[in-house]
Ligand binder design. Structure first.
Ligand SMILES: CC1(C)C(=O)N([C@H]2C=Cc3c(O)cccc32)c2nc(Nc3ccccc3)ncc21
Length: 327
């Protein structure tokens, strides 16, 4: 093989995207960083091999896609496009370029309470948005809280999420043990939002302390710690922050603080930084005429794009529209 041939990497393409590198691997999925050929925007593509999934996991994937299609919030990773073949599903979504907040804390240590507050406001607004749409995440943890190029939170991985109703009850064991609520360890049924609130308590503790409140060398040891409801408060934590965390890490789910009450808590109200503009989801908003004109100038039929946004069809036209919208 000539030198030239050796060096010309054959561009791997999926749809209008050039695949660049792998950023994550799951059991039946791989996530690649890719770039849109026309807009040159970076995206993350979750590639799922359906042939490796049993019926229940396949149903879980379709539920994750259905839920992602309903979410349009500045602090939730945005789904741009869904491409499906006989054996594969490609989920094209927003790329959070700075990775996990978990890695950020592993590298730089705990955050100041002011920094943690800004991040926590973003996380809380995204979780409230989901709960208001009867969607519970069920796997909130520092590893799923990503950061974009502006250091803003982007919640990822709705693989465990589900719909809930205040009358119905869920029971699936979900999430990562250090973030799991006591009632989940006990296998009790739960409504939904209250287990996200418990995980948020663990998340806030991790942001401010740079360590987990409950840990253990075995699942049994961790379970005993969680069910004891006892955790250490380091010397540097303010009493307002301690008070809020204690209200989220309440063993009795009926006595646990709600999202609305969290927003009113003293610690959250301290010199509250400007929250990202309240979001009017595009599904109700008229499409952005400027973007449509720009696409028309690129030779992309704007009436098809208008239709695709209106119908929520997540096809190539929608992808280009969303990518240009986010620029
Ligand atoms: C499509 C989507 C939502 C996704 O599924 N992942 C994966 C992939 C790696 C990973 C993780 O390490 C933790 C959570 C989610 C994920 C994404 N990762 C990113 N950025 C990133 C950048 C550097 C390192 C890690 C993540 N942006 C969007 C996504």
């Amino acid at each position: 093989m000539s030198e030239r041939e050796r060096n010309t990497k054959t561009a791997i393409r999926v749809g209008f995207y050039d695949i660049e590198r792998t950023i994550g691997k799951g059991n039946f999925a791989v996530v690649k960083l890719a770039r849109h050929r026309i807009t040159k925007t970076e995206v993350a593509i979750k590639i799922i091999d359906k042939s490796k999934l049993d019926a229940s996991n396949l149903q879980k994937v379709y539920r994750e896609v259905d839920i992602m299609k309903r979410l349009d919030h500045p602090h939730i990773v945005k789904l741009y496009q869904v491409m499906e073949t006989k054996n594969m599903i490609y989920l094209v979504s927003e790329y959070a370029s700075q990775g996990e907040i978990f890695e950020y804390i592993a590298k730089y240590g705990r955050m100041s309470e002011d920094q943690a507050r800004l991040k926590f406001w973003q996380i809380l607004s995204a979780v409230e948005y989901c709960h208001n749409r009867n969607i519970v995440h069920r796997d909130l943890k520092a590893e799923n809280l990503l950061l974009d190029s502006n250091n803003n939170i982007k919640i990822a991985d709705f693989g465990f999420s589900n719909f809930y109703s205040s009358t119905g009850q869920l029971s699936t064991w979900c999430g990562s043990p250090p973030y799991a609520a006591p009632e989940v360890f006990e296998g009790k049924k739960y409504i939904g939002p209250e287990i996200d609130i418990w995980s948020l308590g663990v998340v806030l503790y991790v942001l401010v302390c740079g360590a987990l409140p409950f840990d253990g060398c075995s699942l049994q040891a961790l379970r005993d710690r969680v069910l004891s409801g006892r955790f250490r408060i380091p010397y540097f934590m303010s009493s307002d922050c301690e008070s809020l965390i204690r209200k989220m890490l309440v063993l009795d789910p009926t006595k646990r603080i709600s999202v609305v009450q969290i927003k009113k808590h003293r610690w959250m109200q301290i010199s509250v930084p400007p929250i990202s503009p309240s979001f009017i989801s595009t599904t109700h908003k008229q499409p952005n005429e400027q973007i449509l004109r720009l696409m028309q100038s690129l030779g992309i039929d704007s009436s098809k794009t208008r239709e695709s946004i209106r119908q929520g069809s997540y096809d190539h036209h929608a992808a280009i529209y969303f990518l240009l919208l986010d620029k």
